[in-house]
Each structure stands twice: as structure tokens, then as C-alpha cells.
Design a protein around this ligand. Structure first.
Ligand code: SF4
Ligand code: SF4
Length: 209
């Protein structure tokens, strides 16, 4: 606790500061690197518990599995290897043949809480995302943003959903396709919110990080 507000020099407008001089102290931040890596690209990972954050149920099941001695193979993802759509309560309302004329952002309308969000034009990452959370976001009428990552059959989560959505856009010329995709103002942030470092699009790892 400070008796009065600390004075921090930030003349160049750099935030956050690598070093801040505060009341006689100089706390520092670790050096920033020019790439973002997954944990597995830096250290040897034994098991992966997906989610941001993982659900308590998944954590409990993972701990019990590890404590039981019947350990899964090293590198396993400790969650069901099924797509989120498979455990979503709205899966029966998802048309086998989707036609998306326009994407809608969830804050611009009241989505029907019984109908698949993709069928309503809301980008839902369910088809490209691993199940295991019980589709909690969809239960709250919010689209899945993909925090459980892909299933083992999906090489690149963002590319998978992009490919899936592109095949459901009925427009067949560049102008029409662009008009539909304009409803997704931040494609990288939407499709790779959690997985850019692990994706095929990631920046090439530099020998001089
Ligand atoms: S796309 Fe989303 S809302 Fe539709 S079934 Fe899959 S998880 Fe549920
Ligand atoms: S619905 Fe999607 S974003 Fe929400 S917790 Fe499940 S995997 Fe994560």
C-alpha cells in the first residue's frame, strides 16, 4: 500500500514499461519476445487439460485418472475427443446443409435460445472445437469461441471452421462472398482466439526470439 499515488516515468508512452521506477524501487517485467508460443513449443508437456479455464468436472476427472495409476499415454488431451456440437443441446436444430446469407453479431439481436447459433448466422466454433465443457456458453445463449481447442482430427482449428463456414455461403462470386464475410470484422481474432500459436498461420519461429 502506498501513502500516496506512485510516480511512474512514462515519457515515451511505452506501456507496459520494462522497468518502472516507483518510490525508490525498480520492478521489472520479463523480456518480451517477438513470437507467441504454445507451452508445448517451450517445454515437454505430459498432459493437456483444455479450456479457458478448464471446468471443475474436467479437472476432477483428470486428477482422478492420474492418481488412479492407469495413466493415459503421454501427451494426451484429457477431454473427450468429440466435437462440441455433438454434446450441444441445440445440435438437432443445426441443419445438415447450412446456408449462411449473412453473419450476425450476437449483441445486435436476441438469438433464439433453442436454435443452433450457426443456423442463426452467429459464428459458433462448435464444429471445430473439442467437447467436454457441456457447451456451457451455448447454454447461456453465447456462441462457443473455441477455448477447448480442436479435436485430434482437426489439424488447424481456425482453418477448419473457416473451411466449414465458407462451404455454407451460397454466394458464388468474390463480391458476394466478401459481403457475407464482412459480417466477421475480426477473422483472426474470431477463428484463432486461443490457437494462433499452434496454427499453421503462426509466425515462423525465429532462431533469435
Ligand atoms: S454450431 Fe454451436 S450452437 Fe450449433 S450445434 Fe454446434 S455448438 Fe451448438
Ligand atoms: S462453449 Fe466453447 S468457449 Fe465456451 S467453455 Fe465450451 S469450448 Fe470453451
Amino acid at each position: 500500500m502506498y501513502d500516496e499515488a506512485p510516480t511512474v516515468s512514462n515519457d515515451e508512452g511505452a506501456r507496459p514499461l520494462p522497468v518502472a521506477h516507483v518510490n525508490g524501487f525498480a520492478p521489472t517485467l520479463p523480456e518480451f519476445r517477438n513470437v507467441v508460443r504454445t507451452l508445448g513449443q517451450v517445454v515437454d508437456v505430459d498432459y493437456i487439460i483444455p479450456g479457458c479455464p478448464p471446468t471443475p468436472k474436467l479437472l476432477k476427472e483428470a486428477l482422478l485418472a492420474l492418481l488412479s495409476g492407469a495413466r493415459p499415454p503421454k501427451g494426451s488431451v484429457l477431454a473427450p475427443d468429440i466435437a462440441l456440437c455433438d454434446e450441444c443441446a441445440r445440435k438437432d436444430s443445426k441443419p445438415a446443409d447450412l446456408h449462411i446469407d449473412a453473419f450476425r453479431r450476437p449483441h445486435t439481436f436476441a438469438a433464439d435460445s433453442a436454435i443452433c447459433l450457426l443456423a442463426q448466422g452467429v459464428v459458433c466454433m462448435g464444429p471445430a472445437t473439442r467437447g467436454g465443457c457441456g457447451a456451457v456458453c451455448v447454454a447461456g445463449n453465447m456462441a462457443c469461441t473455441g477455448c477447448f481447442g480442436p479435436t485430434s482430427r482437426v489439424r488447424d482449428q481456425g482453418a477448419k471452421i473457416l473451411s466449414s463456414l465458407a462451404s455454407n455461403i451460397p454466394a458464388d462470386d468474390a463480391r458476394g462472398i466478401d459481403a457475407v464475410l464482412a459480417g466477421i470484422p475480426d477473422p483472426v481474432g474470431t477463428f484463432y482466439r486461443y490457437g494462433l500459436a499452434a496454427s499453421m498461420l503462426r509466425r515462423h519461429l525465429s532462431p533469435h526470439p
